[in-house]
Design a protein around this ligand. Sequence first.
Ligand code: ZN
Length: 148
Amino acid sequence: MTELRELYQELILDHSRSPRNFGPLPDATRHAEGFNPLCGDHYHLHARMEGDRLAALRFEGAGCAISKASASLLTQALAGKTEAEARTLFEAFHALVTGAARPAGDRLGKLAVFSGVSEFPARVKCAALAWHTLLALLDQSDEAVTTE
Ligand code: ZN
């Protein structure tokens, strides 16, 4: 388990213990649900859109430390971003955690902490779950997202 412990860096632990933007969003205009059956991670993402901008973003649910920290950091990274910016960031994050690309400078900011998960395929699903849920939210899909 030592290699897994290396993944649980300080930032991930901090965000999993004290997730930011955690809880309901009463004036949300969009919702999406994501489920990772391999690990049991299960989250609801709520957003209030103002035009094409993510004016507010909150999440609820439960799962492992990586999935919860990823959702927490996602809500911080995307607050105030436009839909197009959010999709660009999704692509960059997805490339990072799947090992398709090295951390791209400043663009990912704190999200670069997840670069280590690319070595652990099962953990990639944990880290990417919130991001796939975000895509469903942007696409206004009513179907729950599953990593399977
Ligand atoms: Zn997980």
